[in-house]
Design a protein around this ligand. Structure first.
Ligand SMILES: NC(=O)c1ccc[n+]([C@@H]2O[C@H](COP(=O)([O-])OP(=O)(O)OC[C@H]3O[C@@H](n4cnc5c(N)ncnc54)[C@H](OP(=O)(O)O)[C@@H]3O)[C@@H](O)[C@H]2O)c1
Length: 288
């Protein structure tokens, strides 16, 4: 039997539909939300991602102030750009498109960002807020996975969730998120990685397995229990080709699974805009 497809598009549409009246309310108050973007260099894939986010911001009635720095921009140039957007009241939230050229220390640059404007939720202050269950921008891909599972009616509370990968953009924040005390979380979470050679002993017993590695095809059918829910978050790009962590043969065993394209990606983008609107609401004092 074919598994249920956990598509991201309807989840993203529901998020955007929920954001539309909130954006209207902000504009009615005289505050049009703004998503600032900083692109360093001419990498075409990164340029495409930034253009897509700017276009979506415009579609939503938001502004999208953009700074494009040259390939040879220095760390000081990037820091100056971040500070410029920190000080710009028209920018509620911002991102520096990753990856940056090799002369840029991305993590160090991130520290310069006003944590309240960190749309990706990756600033250490925001990771701390997440760990403590305090309000703040939540990393977009983990937040999107929680929303994806909730939207498709996959029970998470009380279930065993195994996350393969403890990276800072996906595995680690997802573990923090899914252990929070909330109906759409409240899970028994295990995180496995290269320090656990027999990691499949853990993935095999989980009701939900999230692949968050970036090693193409690492999660295979023998690593999951029949009927399990499988979420593919990790990907590697070879040129424009996208190579997911989840081997296609997992479709033969899983009860529900994200499609190879169009699963976690659309929900990640939706959560970025949710973080931006929340930042705007905080700026005008109407945050929920
Ligand atoms: N779809 C999206 O929108 C989206 C967004 C963000 C990230 N991603 C993708 O998600 C993946 C993870 O990103 P990240 O930044 O969180 O992670 P990361 O920092 O690249 O870390 C990868 C993790 O995978 C583990 N790992 C690597 N090889 C392994 C192996 N052979 N066996 C077991 N574990 C292994 C590593 O273990 P150690 O810690 O032991 O080294 C590490 O914890 C990447 O592919 C990234 O592109 C996708």
């Amino acid at each position: 039997m074919s598994p249920r497809m956990l598509t991201g598009a309807p989840v993203a549409e529901a998020v955007f539909a929920e954001l539309a009246p909130r954006i209207e309310a902000l504009i009615a108050q005289g505050h049009r939300p703004g998503l600032g973007t900083i692109l360093v260099g001419g990498d075409s894939a990164s340029g495409g991602y930034v253009a897509m986010k700017m276009a979506r911001a415009e579609e939503l009635g938001m502004t999208s102030p953009h700074l494009h720095l040259p390939d040879d921009a220095s760390q000081a140039d990037v820091v100056a750009a971040i500070r410029q957007l920190n000080d710009d009241p028209a920018v509620d939230a911002m991102l520096v498109q990753h990856p940056t050229p090799k002369q840029i220390d991305f993590e160090a640059a991130l520290l310069e960002m006003d944590p309240d404007k960190d749309v990706d939720g990756l600033h250490p202050v925001n990771m701390g807020r997440l760990a403590l269950g305090m309000p703040g921008p939540v990393p977009c891909t983990p937040a999107g996975i929680e929303a994806l599972l909730a939207h498709h009616g996959i029970a998470v509370a009380g279930q065993e969730v195994c996350i393969l990968g403890r990276g800072t953009t996906l595995g680690r924040p997802l573990a923090l998120l899914l252990t929070q005390k909330r109906a759409t979380a409240n899970a028994a979470v295990t995180v496995v990685h290269t320090g656990v050679p027999d990691w499949s002993a853990y993935t095999r017993r989980a009701a939900i397995v999230v692949a968050a590695v970036g090693v193409p095809g690492i999660l295979r059918p023998e690593h999951i229990t029949p009927g399990a829910t499988v979420v593919g978050g990790g990907v590697r790009y070879e040129g424009r080709r996208l190579l997911p962590d989840v081997d296609e043969a997992c479709n033969e065993v899983a009860g529900a699974i994200t499609p190879r394209v169009g699963g976690v990606g659309p929900t990640t983008v939706a959560m970025l805009f949710r973080n931006c609107v929340q930042a705007a609401e905080r700026a005008v004092g109407t945050a929920r």
